[in-house]
Ligand binder design. Structure first.
Ligand code: IMP
Length: 193
C-alpha cells in the first residue's frame, strides 16, 4: 500500500517510515509535487489534522494521512496545545518557544505535561482518527541536543533523560507520534476493502 504523508518534516518522515517499514510505502508532499502552503488554522489538533488530509485528497486526489501535535501543560490549561509551533510568535522558533514556556512555568510546582499527536487518515472515502499520548514533566532548564521542538524540556514518565538526551532511537519507540503511528499501522495491516 502507498500513502501520502502530508508533511515535509524530515524528522517526522523518518520516524513514521521506521514504524511502517514493510507494511506501507510512505511518500511525502514533495514526492507528489505539492509545494502548497497547506492551511492549518483549526483550533484543535483533530481539526488541523483533518484539514491537512482533506486538502491533499481534494487537490491531489491521493489517499493520505496528516498529523498534528501539541504539548499540553496541565498548569497552563493545556497550553500551548494546538499553538505549540508558534507559541512565541509566528517564526516557529523552538528556542523562543522553550524560553517562553520556561517563563510561563516560573514558580509552578505542577510541572505535568503531555505530548499529544492526532493522525487523520483518509482512505477509500472514509476518515479515521488515531491518537498517541506520552505523559511527562517539564524540567527547569533545557537538556540534550537531539530531537526537535520542546524535546530538551520534556522528561517522559519513567525516564530520567529528556527526549533530547535519550536520542531518536529510544524517543521514536516511546513517543506520542510513535503511539499514534502504531495505531495507524495496526489499522492498515488489518484493513481490507
Ligand atoms: P507538529 O504538529 O508536529 O508540527 O507540531 C507542532 C509543534 O509541536 C512543533 O513545532 C514542535 O514545537 C512541537 N512538537 C511536535 N512534536 C514534537 C516532538 O516530538 N518533540 C518536541 N516538540 C514537538
Amino acid at each position: 500500500m502507498k500513502l501520502v504523508f502530508a508533511t515535509n518534516n524530515q524528522h517526522k518522515l523518518d520516524e513514521v517510515r521506521k514504524i511502517t517499514a514493510g507494511y506501507t510505502e510512505i511518500v511525502n508532499l514533495s514526492d507528489i509535487n505539492c509545494h502548497d502552503d497547506i492551511p492549518e488554522n483549526a483550533d484543535t489538533l483533530e481539526g488541523n489534522a483533518l484539514q491537512k488530509a482533506r486538502y491533499i485528497k481534494e487537490h491531489f486526489g491521493y489517499d493520505c494521512f496528516a498529523d498534528d501535535t501539541g504539548l499540553e501543560v496541565e498548569a497552563l490549561d493545556n497550553a500551548p496545545g494546538v499553538y505549540s509551533a508558534r507559541y512565541a510568535g509566528p517564526g516557529h522558533d523552538s528556542e523562543a518557544n522553550m524560553n517562553k514556556l520556561l517563563h510561563e512555568m516560573e514558580g509552578q510546582t505542577n510541572r505535568k505535561a503531555r505530548f499529544r499527536t492526532v493522525i487523520a487518515l483518509i482512505l477509500d472515502g472514509k476518515e479515521y482518527l488515531f491518537e498517541g499520548i506520552v505523559n511527562g514533566t517539564i524540567i527547569q532548564e533545557k537538556r540534550g541536543g537531539s530531537g526537535f521542538g520542546y524535546d530538551p524540556l520534556f522528561v517522559p514518565d519513567n525516564y530520567s533523560q529528556t527526549f533530547a538526551e535519550m536520542g531518536n532511537d529510544i524517543k521514536n519507540q516511546i513517543s506520542h507520534r510513535a503511539e499514534a503511528v502504531k495505531k495507524l499501522t495496526a489499522f492498515l495491516s488489518n484493513y481490507t476493502l
